[in-house]
Design a protein around this ligand. Structure first.
Ligand SMILES: Nc1ncnc2c1ncn2[C@@H]1O[C@H](COP(=O)(O)OP(=O)(O)O)[C@@H](O)[C@H]1O
Ligand SMILES: [Mg+2]
Length: 252
């Protein structure tokens, strides 16, 4: 279980997050962090990874890890940043193997890396240079580097933002399957409310540096929350297959 309590963070004198409580994120589930641009979603993920200084408590499996260094946290927590590094002179396979070797001495590193690439449908890109890939392909390669480490906590900052509709589904489905199989506590920052409702167990809606709403999609997402978080007028309906659809009518 992963719990955040009374987390506050900012930049210099500017407060970005205030008293954030997100309790009991469970293994085998995906929690989505949602909110407007600039709401502090990336700051929150970086704070959990120990890459940004924050006050408050982070507890993992009953242990307070708030004072653990990024390196200590990295044993359990893998973080996939929103913007991916440029100019990396490695192939997709080399980068994946490198990510695995950074955390373990698995003798089957090559086999395991290839299996992850296959699972994400990018095995044909194994020998391609990272620099030669499209934005979406780079995002998939970056996800492979995160998944190959078999993290216990997986933090994904906008993992589908550069992907076409087919890859969005493929990636969310794969994250879902792996999260359940390996009992990972997954957290994903998403902008697409449809994807969040379909693939995530829990939505945490952020606005004004605080948690505005937190719960299962059908509970956390209401017209009033949409208005508070995004400043829009919208409806939450069910499609013919019973899935939640979010329809935005107007922007204030
Ligand atoms: N390195 C930084 N220095 C100063 N302010 C920053 C920095 N990074 C982010 N911010 C500010 O913090 C706020 C939250 O940013 P961020 O966490 O990236 O939001 P989100 O991921 O929700 O779009 C924004 O107002 C942004 O301008
Ligand atoms: Mg962000």
């Amino acid at each position: 279980m992963l719990s955040v309590s009374k987390l506050s963070a900012g930049y210099g004198k500017k407060a970005v997050l205030t008293d954030i409580d997100i309790l009991a994120m469970q293994p085998g589930t995906i929690t989505a962090f949602l909110g407007q641009n600039g709401a502090g979603k990336s700051t929150l993920l970086r704070s959990l990874a120990g890459l940004h200084r924050a006050s408050g408590t982070l507890s993992f499996s009953g242990e307070d890890i708030s004072h653990h260094s990024p390196a200590q946290r990295a044993r359990a927590i893998t973080y996939m940043p929103q913007s991916l590094p440029q100019r990396v002179a490695l192939t997709v396979l080399e980068a994946t193997i490198g990510a695995l070797r950074a955390s373990s001495r698995d003798p089957d590193a090559v086999k395991r890396s290839l299996a992850v690439l296959e699972r994400l449908g990018i095995e044909k890109l194994a020998m391609a240079q990272l620099d030669s890939l499209s934005g979406g392909q780079r995002q998939l390669a970056s996800l492979a580097q995160a998944l190959v480490r078999k993290p216990r906590v997986l933090l994904l900052d906008e993992p589908t933002s550069a992907l076409d509709v087919a890859h969005q589904i493929r990636v969310m489905r794969t994250i879902r399957e792996i999260t359940e199989e390996q009992q990972i506590i997954a957290i994903a920052v998403l902008h697409d409310l449809g994807l969040a409702c379909r693939w995530c167990d829990r939505l945490v809606m952020l606005a004004g540096g605080r948690v505005v709403s937190d719960g299962e999609p059908q509970v956390a997402l209401t017209p009033s929350v949409l208005n508070q978080v995004y400043g829009v007028t919208g409806r939450i309906e069910r499609c013919s297959r019973g899935r939640i659809q979010v329809l935005i009518d107007e922007v204030a």
